[in-house]
Design a protein around this ligand. Sequence first.
Ligand code: NZQ
Ligand code: ZN
Length: 385
Amino acid sequence: MLNFDFYNPTHIVFGKDRLAELDTLVPKKAKVLILYGGGSVKKYGTLEKVIDALPGRELKEFGGIEPNPKFTTLMKAVEVVKGENIDFLLAVGGGSVMDGTKFVALAAHADGNAEDLLAHGFQPVPVTTAIPLGTVVTLPATGSEMNSGGVISHKGGKFPVFSPLVFPKFSILDPTLTYSLPPTQVANGIIDTFIHTVEQYVTLPAEGRFQDRTAEGILRTLIEIGKKTIDEPTDYDARANLVWCATNALNGLIGAGVPQDWTTHMIGHELTALFGIDHGKTLAILQPSIWTVRKDQKRKKLLQYAARVWHITKGDEESRITLAIDKTRAFFEELGVSTRLSSYGVTEDRIDDIINALESHGLTALSETGEVTLDVSRQILKDAM
Ligand code: NZQ
Ligand code: ZN
């Protein structure tokens, strides 16, 4: 096992009917900015309940944070924060709203040009204070509710932004708030959770037995409840399991002490930036092809994945790996998500554009080993057509 630090200060408040507890979670004297997306929280009544739970505080609202939140939109929120002397941020929404709120928390206290915050990749941004924030989660997918990162869209790219200062102080995870999600967003969330897990598990063997077994537990759970929670959205236990898997897939626990890949995410971000494909769907398109192209480098963990997640133990190594990849693809397709780039209207002649974008963002040595060069990415994209 590799050396690691594990730090996660987020207070999770999980379960039905817990929104009223916001009153004890948000400081009594806070000047709060409530941030949300395109309106689902208004339509389904969540915003009203949030406001009702915060009597006595000065409340302002900032709506309109779009999926794949834009730097320019978020800078408008920063103006509100500065103009109104806001001292607590409350994100009510999915990953985009939570990520956007984290960025606002950092940018409001950053000296100099806020655009510079986008230039640090997976390293913490050089900021020493941030506005404290909490979240009310309406979409289980990103794990943003219990991690210190966000992804911000700007000038045709998607940029990770990290800082331990933006771990949420608390996150309310009430699975019933997610019942109103359209099936395609639930599928996106299942796939995002699945891929977060495998990007920290199907890498190189590292004797992280707890991490591996926990990752396998998340994957098995998603396979068990995935289709059910799409078909029966108000089945509480199925949805509650999805919500808790999503949080644990990206709160640092399973990735501590083991190699991490992130190729799928980095190429996926370019597909979203260039073609507007939902984050979860980009991952479903890329993962089977990444494993097909890199099966020699990932052989040991792919065989472990085949055996422990899909119970594939018969046949030679090659056929076990192929079957595991096929089963993964079939799982995504069963959730209603197409796994071929061409089905999203992207033609092979656009591969050059994707490669150029990867190059311009410095993504030329991806994966747990840095072996995914632009040539390998090209092979992956061809395979994914
Ligand atoms: O904007 P509204 O009207 O709220 O509608 C949203 C949006 O259209 C809707 N929605 C959310 N909750 C709902 C609901 N509709 C009905 N009922 C509800 N309860 O769902 C749509 C998508 O929302 P969004 O927040 O964009 O989705 P998601 O949670 O999948 O977040 C995706 C973003 O997270 C980033 C992605 O890159 C993308 O920008 N990621 C963040 C990560 C992190 N912070 O650690 C890691 C991930 O890998 C990912 O990159
Ligand atoms: Zn993701």
